[in-house]
Design a protein around this ligand. Structure first.
Ligand code: URA
Length: 235
């Protein structure tokens, strides 16, 4: 891989900035300072150092974000804040995107990655990776409402949802596990069952719960065990 491409993909430097840093003599491959941005490097075999700090090469990055209210699950927007703007520079790299969308007013677990195949697999209903939500409802949760949601409810536009795993947590709170992610699905399911979602939070993806130590707006890398739980789940 070209040295400037490697730096552009593994750090928060743009490709242009990476070229400059290389030309300035700040980058070493092994023991040698390399000033050629096109220098070919094997990041799996060689140690690349930027301003004295070794680059921890990772082919792909996987971040767990605790999404706050009011930002959108997109990579770019001219008017609203996006989930990517919450990623601190030391964790940011080009190519990151949210694997699945939450509404602007939904909070909780968003997985950010640059691994397209992985994102596709955790989102595809075929792979049965459940997403867990806690919905706060306008009306008390009734057994009748839960039964409708459980049975694979038909939405008002005729779309039929797959059966969902749902239970009451308190008078106005329900936990719901879904393997599909239709537009506004949880809100539309409860609306079709005669209730209304007033707040929604995603608390887990597959068997990986949202880290309770992440404050709204904070993110961290997925731990190795968390990633392997999700990777094994998709198969
Ligand atoms: N279902 C919804 O209605 N909204 C979300 O953000 C996620 C699931």
């Amino acid at each position: 891989m070209r040295l400037d491409k490697l730096l552009g993909s593994q750090t928060d430097l743009s490709r242009k900035e990476a070229r400059q840093v290389i030309k300035d003599g700040l980058v070493q491959v092994g023991d040698s300072v390399i000033r050629d941005p096109g220098f070919s490097v094997d990041p799996e075999q060689e140690t690349v150092t930027v301003a004295g700090t070794p680059l921890a090469y990772k082919e792909y990055l996987y971040l767990m974000l605790n999404k706050p209210e009011g930002c959108i699950s997109a990579t770019e927007d001219h008017t609203q804040k996006t989930v990517l703007e919450l990623v601190p520079p030391e964790l940011y790299r080009d190519g990151l995107f949210p694997a699945g969308r939450l509404d602007a007013d939904t909070t909780g677990f968003v997985l950010l990655t640059d691994d397209g195949a992985f994102a596709h697999d955790i989102l595809s209903p075929k792979h049965h990776v459940q997403k867990t939500y806690i919905a706060t409802l306008a009306e008390p949760v009734t057994e009748e409402c839960l039964e409708k949601v459980r049975g694979g409810i038909e939405l008002k536009d005729g779309t039929v949802c797959l059966p969902a795993d749902v239970r009451a947590l308190s008078e106005r709170e329900a936990e719901l596990k879904l393997v599909e992610g239709k537009y506004h699905q949880v809100k539309r399911m409860f609306a079709a069952a005669g209730n209304r979602v007033v707040a929604l939070r995603r608390t887990a993806i597959g068997d990986v719960p949202l880290d309770p130590s992440l404050a709204p707006g904070e993110c961290r890398e997925l731990r190795k065990e968390e990633l392997s739980v999700l990777q094994n789940r998709q198969k």
